[in-house]
Design a protein around this ligand. Structure first.
Ligand SMILES: C[S@@+](CC[C@H](N)C(=O)[O-])C[C@H]1O[C@@H](n2cnc3c(N)ncnc32)[C@H](O)[C@@H]1O
Length: 220
């Protein structure tokens, strides 16, 4: 039995891309242009985008919430995996970043599936709950403010249908969560979130060491 995962050297990482990635031209353009952005590191990796698209298809998802859009790569991956009548409520606060996202969504022909809500994610989640959308979402991708992860959680839980999935990004925070000397606000917040989910018996959960760490949480 292997005790640890394969060491992801650059060579192995490139190999994985060479034998798995199925990006189309627009996804590739979104990723290459975003690579020039000062906050390029915020974008999910292509293999993670493809993994999430795979989950969306496995769930036969039709209704998705995304918290944290940036230039739109993760929403693009998920929108392309949705059926024609599928919908993503995409939450962000930044008009500059999301105007780029809208260009890619338009070019990829998925703009009609994505409803951008330019407001703090916590407000949009609360509005969705108040509007009666509880127990209706199939998939929720969390990638916005790390210090707010624990506050998103109960709202996301309410919005998910039974059997629906939350996917939460950056749960390893570059490895800092495992370093007790790191006591920065974001690291502490992610650690607290990880412990909270681990202890929550209402859900099934696992943590995947893809990208910066992705926790999958299934509502029972
Ligand atoms: C890590 S990035 C998202 C990356 C995106 N998922 C991707 O793969 O390209 C985080 C995003 O959260 C947005 N954000 C910051 N504060 C927010 C808030 N209060 N509510 C919603 N989004 C917020 C930022 O503008 C930024 O675009």
């Amino acid at each position: 039995m292997s005790r640890i995962s394969v060491n992801l050297t650059s060579q192995v990482y490139e190999y994985i891309h060479s034998v798995t990635l199925r990006e189309d031209e627009i996804m590739q353009r979104c990723r290459e242009e975003t690579a020039e952005h000062r906050w390029a590191v915020m974008q999910v990796s292509p293999e993670q985008g493809q993994f999430m698209a795979f989950l969306v298809k496995m769930l036969n998802a039709k209704k998705i919430v995304e918290l944290g859009v940036f230039t739109g790569y993760s929403s693009l991956c998920m929108a392309k995996a949705l059926p024609a009548d599928g919908k993503i409520i995409a939450c962000d606060v930044n008009e500059e970043y999301t105007s780029k996202a809208k260009e890619y969504w338009q070019a990829a022909g998925v703009a009609g599936k994505i409803e951008l809500r330019l407001a703090p994610a916590l407000d949009t989640l609360a509005e969705l709950v108040e509007s009666g959308a509880s127990n209706s979402f199939d998939f929720i991708f969390v990638d916005a403010v790390k210090e707010e992860y624990s506050a998103y959680y109960p709202l996301n839980y309410r919005l998910l249908r039974s059997g629906g999935l939350m996917a939460v990004d950056n749960v390893l925070w570059g490895g800092d969560v495992a370093n007790p000397e790191d006591q920065t606000d974001e690291t502490i917040a992610i650690r607290e979130f990880n412990s909270m989910v681990h202890a929550d018996e209402k859900v099934d959960m696992c943590m995947i060491p893809i990208g910066d760490g992705l926790t999958l949480i299934r509502k029972r």
